[in-house]
Design a protein around this ligand. Structure first.
Ligand SMILES: [Zn+2]
Length: 173
């Protein structure tokens, strides 16, 4: 195999092969992918729930989920999609990006708050609990709508309704 064919075999859209951020973006940088991962953290597991919650074309969702499974970010268990240990490691990434968005694009405050489920303490952008000082793992995080949350659909489907009440991350919807 010559050099050219090796390069062409890689799914790369980024030139820099020596940048792990570029490599990460090859896995999670496509449109919708991180939102699918976010919804998996919120407890969505079924294809139809991802589709209705995100409102994306089913063919695109199929493509994205297939790729996430291929990259071992998610796995398919009993017809449902779940985050793997590798996928769970994306939580601090999502948390930091969400906090950045709240800071710069949500004048009303956090769209969604994240708390240490054990003591109710608010988590900072680094997932440190303001009450007990611990860095809280994703399994111990509770989320609920924050001060900047804007209720949308007056007649939400069940998934949307569950996402507006306090709940622990990863608990299946
Ligand atoms: Zn705490």
């Amino acid at each position: 195999m010559n050099y050219y064919s090796v390069v062409m075999a890689l799914p790369s859209t980024y030139a820099d092969r020596n940048c792990s951020l570029a490599r990460t973006l090859e896995v999670v940088g496509e449109r919708w992918t991180l939102l699918i991962v976010r919804d998996a953290f919120f407890g969505i597991r079924r294809f139809g729930d991802f589709a209705s919650q995100l409102g994306i074309p089913r063919a695109v969702l199929t493509n994205r989920l297939k790729f996430l499974v291929q990259e071992q970010v998610m796995e398919r268990v009993d017809g449902e999609y779940r985050l793997t240990a590798k996928g769970l490691e994306l939580w601090p990434v999502l948390r930091a990006m969400t906090a950045w968005g709240d800071e710069h694009y949500s004048p009303g405050g956090e769209k969604r708050t994240f708390r240490h489920d054990a003591d109710g303490g608010l988590l900072d952008a680094g997932n440190r609990c303001c009450a007990c000082g611990a860095v809280v793992s994703v399994q111990d995080v509770r989320t609920e709508p924050g001060p900047g949350f804007e209720p949308g659909n007056a007649n939400p489907d069940s998934v949307s309704a569950l996402l507006t009440t306090p709940r622990r991350l990863l608990e299946p919807l």
